[in-house]
Design a protein around this ligand. Structure first.
Ligand SMILES: *Cc1c(COP(=O)(O)O)cnc(C)c1O
Length: 819
């Protein structure tokens, strides 16, 4: 293959160079040509060409961190909900248009190449997506950060809908390889499990502990480059795979049990086999604890290695690293770093503790007690005996330290790391707080409630530890990438600095009433809706009207998120149309998507109910022109990117006090949807930013919910006194939507009427329906609706994850932001 000498296939940022590089990779790396190549080959050759352009920058960035002795931020997360990377990489390299041209010149189709990529779904929902947005922002701000996680063989399950039910299928995302990662075959650490501890006196009369007879697993590093936005910074996401590199267990091999020796290797590899598919529920399974320790141990060894290459004095650790634990999952970092400093480095308890408690930080993600990890002490003692000794000592010293002030035994028992029940447990939240320098919640309301409720005792005891960092989203993916036309419209008016300085969107507010801007804005929204309508037609065979209100609720299926309430509103509209076919109802398309944890029976029944109601509504010729309800299968980052730009109305209707922040709410508003929502999580801050007239807020507040509960909440009474509501519940109960199985939905109606309606659906139903009437009336005033939508876009600056990361740098990590 002859190559023009004026181009540089490996690193050139021009069309010719990039095109030649793709062709060369297709030929020399993949042994294909444009005739024999599949979509996947084409995609892979593009990725290889992109990687060529990342590698210089990646190496240079890491070298500069080393040379500048930069303080490193280590972000520890069990989840990264990454999605596809091709567009993201190209945009951040500043060569999306160049690449598109090069790809078309070869004769490939850009959209087909894009669609060939797998969606990397190594997370459940908001927590994992937050970690992915933070990686993008840390690189964009030039923060010397490294993300650590687990390279699960199987990410979040693929969701099929069969006969209206969720069916889980394995997510085989690695089946053809993952070209965005580079394996580091020599970057390996041994992670120990089980075994015993021994104590021996060292020469100075001090007790030295060893952890022996352990069962060892090897952690192998896979690195993915994380480029910042057009700043030549490339950070690293390092995901650990479990292997059994020690070779065979020679003992059993010598005894002739060759098969057994190989089989036990497979057991070790199970540690990184699969992501646990639970969102916000703790299940005390041993394999999960193994995963958590595996992440912590490999990552801290790697971080300590890097530190020791440059520094001798361990007391410098807090100046050289900040460790951020994404939820309680990596909080074993506290005892693990203590163990490393004492048992491996020879420090005494106090200096070790000083280091740990100035280095580790913990982000709390929910107030719901079922999410806070509480590991049975017996299970942990077996798996991590040395850590349990250290945790006991942390607990003992903590109790002593609060002895002076308190004789309140209950309070002490609440604050201890190890609960003093019959079945003693290790409370990972308490461990995190006691061991951390800073503890943060993820919205103002959540951080406030955290201090007033679950962690009140700690907030009184260590007020200086607690802070807030409101979550954010990366504007690169969630506007520039997923809604190119709106991004270009904005850039046409205010320039394109908003991509890294989202506050500048403020300037867009001047165009809220500008006829020309409005009409372009409107056309873009309509085109996005039509694209989604086409996707729905292609994938589900259902026609939806792009002129109707696109009313969208997409998120994990959870009772507290109240998909049921949005569905009950749809049934209410259905009944109104049936009562009066000429009823003045604005055409509406209600779209749901979301996965339910495989063991969450009620959430799975909610999915079935949505599909059953959809069946009745969509097939009723009297109703279908005005109302459609659809459940789109397999919610993922990729599906979110298709749905969010098409939304008119964003459903953020959780029971007040239960959604820690939400980030879906931010994505929708940034793309010009109006929010209907409760005063919960970051909805409150969205209201502050956009103004109360530009958001549809309804329902009980946190305080009101507390009052209602205190006075004895009676959902039956509400049911009896609201005819429309009664009809809706009766229909669900009596099998109107499940004629073949009339009792099918009894668990749902029982939860509402006979089990106290814990999530207060009935309490908020009427206010919600009324607010939806307001929405409808407002949607008819097209000018006013678009004005409000534009004002929403203009005021989303606060919700950039760049702002969140700056807050972490200032309030928690003590790292300067250069860019
Ligand atoms: C943003 C996002 C979430 C979080 O949505 P919430 O509405 O905040 O719960 C979950 N899943 C995916 C795929 C997302 O992109």
């Amino acid at each position: 293959m002859s190559v023009d000498s004026t181009i540089n296939p490996r690193t050139g940022m021009d069309v010719d160079s990039f095109r030649e590089d793709i062709k060369q990779h297709l030929h020399y790396t993949l042994a294909k040509d444009k005739f024999s190549s599949t979509d996947w080959d084409q995609y892979r050759s593009v990725v290889l060409a992109v990687m060529d352009r990342l590698h210089d920058r990646w190496i240079n960035t890491q070298q500069s961190y080393y040379q500048n002795e930069s303080k490193r931020v280590y972000y520890l997360s069990m989840e990264y909900l990454i999605g596809r990377l091709m567009d993201n990489m190209l945009i951040n390299l500043g060569m999306q248009d160049v690449a598109a041209e090069a790809i078309e010149e070869i004769g490939f189709d850009y959209d087909k190449v894009r669609e060939a990529e797998v969606d990397a779904g190594l997370g459940n929902g908001g927590l994992g997506r937050l970690a992915a947005c933070f990686l993008d922002s840390m690189a964009t701000l030039g923060v010397p950060a490294l993300g650590y996680g687990i390279r699960y063989d199987y990410g979040i399950f693929d969701q099929d809908i069969e006969d209206g039910w969720q069916v889980e299928k394995p997510d085989m995302w690695l089946q053809y390889g993952y070209p965005w990662s580079v394996v580091r075959p020599k970057k390996k650490y041994t992670v120990q499990f089980y075994g015993d501890t021994t104590a021996s006196e060292d020469g100075n009369g001090r007790l030295h502990y060893d952890w022996v007879n352990t069962h060892n697993v090897t952690a192998l590093a896979y690195d993915t480059p994380i480029p910042g936005f057009q700043n030549d910074v490339v950070n690293n996401l390092r995901l650990w795979k479990a292997t059994s590199d020690e070779g065979f267990d020679l003992k059993s091999f010598n005894q002739g049990d060759y098969i057994e020796a190989v089989r036990s290797n497979l057991l070790e590899e199970n540690i990184s086999r699969v992501l646990y598919p639970n969102d916000k529920v703790f299940k005390g399974q041993e394999l999960r604890l193994k995963q958590e320790y595996f992440l912590v141990s490999a990552s801290l060894q790697d971080a300590m290695n890097r530190f020791k290459k440059q520094f001798d004095d361990l007391r410098k650790i807090p100046d050289q690293m900040a460790i951020q634990c994404n939820d309680t999952h990596p909080n074993l970092a506290v005892p693990e770093l203590m163990r490393m400093l004492m048992d491996l480095e020879g420090l005494e308890w106090e200096p070790a503790w000083d280091i740990v408690s100035q280095t580790i930080n913990y982000t709390n993600h929910t107030l719901m007690p079922e999410a806070l990890e509480k590991w049975p002490l017996s299970l942990m003692s077996n798996l991590l005996p040395r850590h349990v000794q250290i945790i006991r000592e942390i607990d003992r010293r903590f109790l002593n330290s609060i002895d002076i002030s308190g004789d309140d035994r209950n309070k002490k028992n609440r604050m201890r790391v190890i609960s003093n029940e019959m079945d003693a447990r290790v409370r990972m939240g308490n461990l995190g707080i006691i061991g951390a320098k800073r503890v943060n919640g993820v919205s103002e309301l959540h951080s406030d409630l955290m201090k007033k409720t679950i962690f009140k005792d700690f907030a009184d005891h260590y007020p200086e530890k607690f802070t807030n960092v409101t979550n954010g989203i990366t504007p690169r993916r969630w506007l520039r990438q997923c809604n190119r036309e709106l991004a270009d419209l904005i850039s046409d008016r205010i320039g394109d600095d908003w991509v890294t300085h989202l506050d500048q969107l403020q300037e867009v507010e001047h165009f809220a009433e500008d006829e020309k801007f409005q009409s372009e804005f409107k056309v873009i929204k309509l085109r996005n809706k039509q694209k989604l309508a086409d996707y729905i037609k292609d994938t589900m065979g259902v026609t939806v009207d792009a002129e109707s209100i696109f009313d969208i609720q997409i998120k994990r299926i959870h009772e507290y998120k109240r998909q049921l309430m949005a569905l009950m509103h749809a049934i209410t509209l259905y009944n109104r149309i049936k009562n009066d076919p000429n009823a003045d109802i604005e055409p509406r398309t209600l779209l749901f998507a979301g996965k339910a944890a495989p063991g969450y029976t009620m959430a799975k029944l909610h999915i079935k109910l949505i599909n059953s109601v959809a069946e009745v509504i969509n097939n009723d010729p009297e109703v279908a022109p005005k109302l459609k309800v659809l459940f789109l299968p397999d919610y993922s980052v990729t599906l979110a990117e298709k749905m969010i730009p098409a939304a008119n109305l964003s459903e953020q209707i959780s029971t007040a006090g239960m959604e820690a922040s939400g980030t879906g709410n931010m994505k929708f508003a940034l793309n010009g949807a109006l929010t209907i929502g409760t005063l919960d999580g970051a909805n409150i801050e969205i209201r502050e930013q956009v103004g109360k007239d530009n958001i549809f807020i309804f329902g009980h507040t946190v305080d009101e919910i507390e009052d209602v509960r205190a006075q004895g909440y009676n959902p039956q009474k509400i049911y009896e006194s609201d005819e429309e509501l009664k009809q809706v519940i009766d229909q669900i109960h009596d099998g109107y939507f499940s004629p073949d199985n009339p009792n099918l939905f009894h668990p749902i109606t029982n939860a509402l009427l006979n089990q106290g309606d814990y999530f207060m659906v009935l309490a908020d139903y009427r206010k919600y329906v009324e607010k939806q009437e307001e929405v409808e009336a407002n949607y008819r005033d097209e000018f006013d609706w678009n004005r409000k939508a534009i004002i929403n876009v203009a005021n989303m600056g606060h919700f950039s994850s760049d702002r969140s990361i700056k807050d972490y740098c200032e309030r928690i990590w003590d790292v300067e932001v250069s860019q």
